[in-house]
Design a protein around this ligand. Structure first.
Ligand SMILES: Cc1cc2nc3c(=O)[nH]c(=O)nc-3n(C[C@H](O)[C@H](O)[C@H](O)COP(=O)(O)OP(=O)(O)OC[C@H]3O[C@@H](n4cnc5c(N)ncnc54)[C@H](O)[C@@H]3O)c2cc1C
Length: 494
């Protein structure tokens, strides 16, 4: 089956027998109508619908190499630079629809399985069956437009070996049995954003050390959400209501985060991509260039989000008449500079792309890892700028019900902005509040801070992969040793 529609997405989510817990209660009704999920399900359904719409179809799909039917373009394995451009256009269309607030829009994991599938040959070093499983899983996701979430980290309780110097980790997710049907996994995975609103989950934890010959903590696999023994435990919902006026962001884009518990779950052999070898697990992430391909998608999203923040800042500036204050203009200019930097990094990465050893066109990691390094700093600063410019306007934000009540006259009169009535002005400020000062905003900021790991990991990924630094230190060495000025005047490597 090729691309799915929004309705098909909803039908699949609702017909799954997934075990979900919200506020201590098991969810018994359809996921798509539950208050904790319905906003994001509806937004995501509209993304799937876009793929089939006449206006977008050509840009958002490509002909399946196996059936010729249209499949989602974020599954396309790029072979040429033009393929990267096509991927960017498609992903930007989706990001433009959710304004970058869906960190786990389906194209994120579509890109991940594309990267893993394209490098599946690497797994054959360990076990040709695993390589075949990975390749087939990518094709299965592409041909069925599977919505996927992922969990790559384990709870803190499972990492305690670092402190207690023991490699005995009974509470840590592990393979507890292997039998003729598959591997049996028990334990928990700390975080799967959109775990409940996806159909399947890819589990690929950074492996913990083990003394065993086959490391029970080293594995990668993907399974349907409703396999017996899987439980999703949700955090509190950050969508306080469903009025798009009162909660313009969270009513549409609240992505639930879940703790995923595996209680003796049988993972069929054909869904196992790795098992027992921690070194191979670490090398596969690197060899598949997961971070590079994923960041190409992430950067499209970050750009859409930054455009939306800039639009919000500029709207406040206009509505309050702040353009005459140079300190306000300076802050707005900071957001513009962030946006232009991100756009330039994206184009540079595509321009300097090279095929990898599998023949997949790989965007230049230098600009992409630079974006990974910058965005966790840029985004919290942009949020701060919204707070600094919005000031008290961010708290004096009565809701839709107030504007429908007998005191609406007061609100329209006293809360108006330049050329807009109170209702319009408060509408903008409710958006700015959700962006910068609500629980939804706090989670978004945390999310951008830790998107690709803690800052130490992100910095070392950039530093360790940046080969040009050797050439530059050589240049300085030649300069210091007094070699000809000509050799250090050869221009930059741009
Ligand atoms: C909102 C949100 C959604 C997420 N969604 C997903 C998801 O869908 N799937 C998924 O797999 N993951 C998800 N994550 C997890 C994300 O990948 C992790 O938060 C990130 O990798 C950091 O790991 P941690 O949270 O365990 O931090 P920790 O490792 O517990 O770090 C705690 C602190 O210690 C510091 N620290 C840790 N290690 C070092 C070190 N070696 N050197 C110096 N300092 C160190 C960190 O910088 C941080 O300040 C999500 C996280 C958030 C916040």
């Amino acid at each position: 089956m090729p691309i799915k529609s929004g309705k098909q997405y909803i039908d699949r989510i609702d017909s799954s027998g997934v075990e979900v817990w919200v506020h201590g209660e098991r969810v018994r009704n359809a996921i798509s109508v539950h208050p904790a999920f319905r906003g994001v399900v509806s937004t995501q359904a509209s993304l799937y619908d876009m793929q089939g719409e006449e206006e977008f179809r050509a840009e958002m799909t490509f002909a399946s190499p196996t059936t010729g039917d249209p499949v989602g373009l974020s599954f396309l394995r790029p072979i040429t630079k033009n393929d990267l451009v096509r991927r960017r256009r498609m992903m930007s269309l989706w990001a433009g629809r959710h304004h970058g607030f869906l960190g786990r829009a389906p194209d994120y994991m579509n890109t991940a399985v594309m990267a893993f599938g394209a490098a599946s040959g690497f797994l054959s070093e360990h076990n040709p069956l695993y390589a075949e499983n990975m390749k087939r899983y990518y094709e299965y996701c592409r041909e069925n437009d599977i919505t996927l979430s992922h969990a790559f980290i384990v709870p803190h309780s499972g990492r305690m070996s670092t402190f207690v110097h023991t490699l005995e980790l009974p509470d840590t997710a592990q393979v507890i049995e292997k039998n003729k049907d598959g591997i049996v996994v028990s334990g928990a995975f700390l975080l799967a954003t959109q775990g409940v609103t996806a159909e399947e989950i890819l589990i690929f934890p950074a492996p913990l050390p083990s003394l065993a010959e086959e490391n029970p903590h080293a594995f990668a696999f993907a399974v349907p959400n409703d396999l017996p023994g899987i439980r999703f435990i949700c955090r509190e919902s950050f969508s306080a209501g469903h009025s798009p006026y009162d909660y313009p962001l969270s009513s549409r884009f609240e992505e639930m985060d879940t703790l995923v518990v595996f209680d003796r779950v049988l993972v069929p052999h054909d869904r196992v991509f790795l098992c027992g070898d921690e070194e191979l697990a670490a090398r596969f992430t690197e060899q598949s260039h997961f971070h590079t391909h994923a960041t190409h998608q992430v950067l499209c999203r970050n750009i859409a989000k930054t455009e939306f923040v800039l639009g919000t800042v500029e709207s406040i500036v206009k509505m309050l008449g702040l353009r005459t204050y140079s300190q306000v203009v300076e802050k707005a200019a900071e957001v513009i500079a962030s946006l232009e930097t991100l756009k330039a990094l994206l184009l540079a990465a595509e321009h300097r792309a090279e095929p990898d050893r599998w023949g997949t066109m790989l965007p230049d990691p230098g600009p992409l890892y630079t974006a990974n390094f910058l965005y966790p700093k840029l985004y919290p600063r942009m949020v701060e700028i919204v707070q600094l410019i919005g000031a008290s306007g961010l708290v004096m934000i009565p809701g839709e019900a107030d504007f429908r009540s007998p005191i609406s006259g007061d609100l329209s009169r006293y809360l108006k902005g330049i050329d807009v009535d109170g209702r319009q002005k408060v509408g903008l400020f409710r958006l700015a509040w959700e962006m910068s000062a609500s629980s939804f905003a706090g989670r978004q900021t945390l999310y951008e801070r830790f998107f690709f790991g803690d800052s130490v990991k992100v910095a070392s990924r950039l530093y360790n992969n940046y080969d040009d630094k050797e050439a530059y230190s050589g240049k300085v060495a030649r300069f210091v040793s007094g070699e000809t000025m000509a050799s250090s005047g050869n221009g930059s490597g741009v």
